[in-house]
Design a protein around this ligand. Structure first.
Ligand code: SF4
Length: 372
C-alpha cells in the first residue's frame, strides 16, 4: 500500500520512486511541505549546500515560425509586423556583448523560418564560434534539429554532426512540452512528437553531446501526464546518462491560444519542482528557471529540490512575450545574494557544470562540480 510513509522510506534508502508514488505526491491532501522536505533530502545528497548559476545570454535569431503551437506567444507569421530575422552583424554584436560581460554560454533557440535554408542555421553557429570560440553554444532544441532533418532529408545524426562541426557544443532541453499524446496532440500537433524528441536526444548523447530536458506544465495536462513525462526522461537517462539538468517550465498564458487558463500557482510550481527532484533520481541537477518562476519562487525552490538558478540571462523574449513579469536580466551580485539569502553557497558553473574561476585576467574553467 503506497503512502507518504512508504515514499519517505524509499527516499531515505535511496530507492527509486514508482509511477504510483509520483501520482500520490501530486495529491492535494499530501502536504507540500512534506514533499519539499523529501526533495530537499535528495537535493542535498546530490549537491550538498551548493546552488549553481552561470553567466549567460540568449539569442533568438528569428521568431518567424511555420508551426503554431497553441501555448506559444513568441512566434510570428512571416508578414506580421512582429516578425524579425537577425542579420549577421546583429548576431555578432550579441556575441561581442556576451563576451564583454564575461558570459560563458549563449543559449540559441528560435522559430522555424521556412524561407531560411539549412545553411543559414549552420552558418550562424559557425559565425559565432569562429568569432567567439570561448562562448559555449547551447543551441537548437530537438524540434529545430527535427526541422533541419526534414528540410534537408539528412539523418538526425548527420545534422548533429554538421552542427557540431560548425561549433555547437550542447543542446538545450526545449520542445519537450508534455510528451503524452493526449496533450501533445492538442498543444503542438505538428512538431516533433515524443518519440522523435527522445530519439534526437539519444542520438546527441551517443555523439557525446550533453543536453538538458524540460517539461512545460500548468496548461492542459494533469498529474498523470507529468509523471509519465518524467518517467520517459528517466528511462532515457538510464540508457545514455547524457542529460545534465532538468528544468520544469511554468506555463505563461498571456498572448497565447490558452490565455483563458490561469498561470500555475507558486504552490504548484514548488510541488512540481519537488516531485521532479524525487522522480528524476538519475539527474544530477534540477533548475529553478527564475525567468518563468519569478524570483521569489525560484529562490524558495532552492529548498524544494532545485540546485541551480540558471543564469544572468539577457535578451530573453520567449517567456516575456507570454507575460513573464521578471526582469530581463539579473546581475551576478543579485543572483549570489538570492542564493546566500536562501542559506546556500553560490558557485558559478559553466554549461557542463565545471566550476568557473574568475580573476582580473578573465575566467577559466576548473573541476567538474557535479558531485559534492
Ligand atoms: S513553440 Fe517553437 S515551434 Fe512552436 S510555434 Fe513557438 S517558436 Fe514555433
Amino acid at each position: 500500500m503506497i503512502s507518504l510513509d512508504s515514499i519517505r522510506d524509499k527516499v531515505h534508502s535511496g530507492e527509486r520512486l514508482s509511477f504510483d508514488d509520483g501520482m500520490l505526491l501530486y495529491r492535494p491532501d499530501v502536504p507540500l511541505h512534506d514533499v519539499g522536505a523529501l526533495a530537499n533530502i535528495v537535493r542535498e545528497r546530490k549537491n550538498g549546500n551548493v546552488a549553481y548559476y552561470n553567466i549567460n545570454t540568449h539569442l533568438n535569431p528569428t521568431n518567424v515560425c511555420v508551426y503554431r503551437c497553441v501555448f506559444c506567444a513568441f512566434r510570428s507569421d512571416l508578414r506580421s509586423d512582429k516578425g524579425y530575422l537577425m542579420s549577421d552583424d546583429q548576431i555578432l554584436a550579441r556575441g561581442q556583448e556576451a563576451t564583454e560581460m564575461g558570459a560563458t554560454e549563449m543559449h540559441i533557440v528560435g522559430g522555424l523560418h521556412h524561407q531560411m535554408k539549412y545553411d543559414w542555421y549552420a552558418h550562424l553557429i559557425r559565425l559565432l564560434h569562429e568569432a567567439f570560440p570561448r562562448l559555449h553554444l547551447k543551441a537548437w532544441t530537438a524540434v529545430e534539429i527535427d526541422w533541419f532533418s526534414r528540410i534537408t532529408g539528412k539523418s538526425v545524426r548527420a545534422v548533429l554532426e554538421d552542427m557540431r562541426e560548425a561549433g555547437l557544443n550542447s543542446l538545450p532541453g526545449g520542445g519537450a512540452e508534455i510528451f503524452h499524446s493526449e496533450v501533445r496532440d492538442k498543444i503542438c500537433e505538428h512538431k516533433a512528437d515524443a518519440g522523435r524528441w527522445i530519439e534526437i536526444h539519444r542520438t546527441a548523447h551517443g555523439l557525446g553531446l550533453r543536453s538538458n530536458a524540460t517539461m512545460l506544465y500548468g496548461h492542459l495536462e494533469n498529474s498523470m501526464h507529468r509523471i509519465d513525462h518524467l518517467i520517459r526522461l528517466r528511462d532515457l537517462q538510464d540508457e545514455t546518462h547524457g542529460f545534465q539538468t532538468f528544468i520544469p517550465l511554468a506555463f505563461h498564458p498571456d498572448n497565447t491560444g490558452l490565455s483563458y487558463i490561469k498561470k500555475p500557482s507558486g504552490l504548484m510550481d514548488l510541488r512540481t519542482m519537488a516531485i521532479s527532484r524525487l522522480m528524476l533520481d538519475n539527474f544530477d541537477h534540477i533548475k529553478a528557471y527564475w525567468i518563468m518562476l519569478g524570483i521569489g519562487t525560484a529562490q524558495t525552490a532552492l529548498a524544494y529540490g532545485a540546485d541551480d538558478l540558471d543564469g544572468t540571462v539577457r535578451h530573453e523574449r520567449i517567456y516575456h512575450d507570454a507575460g513573464a513579469t521578471t526582469p530581463e536580466t539579473l546581475s551576478v551580485e543579485e543572483i549570489r545574494r538570492l542564493i546566500v539569502e536562501a542559506g546556500r553557497e553560490p558557485i558559478e558553473r559553466d554549461t557542463l557544470y565545471h566550476r568557473v574561476e574568475r580573476s582580473e585576467a578573465g575566467w577559466r574553467t576548473g573541476e567538474l562540480v557535479t558531485a559534492p
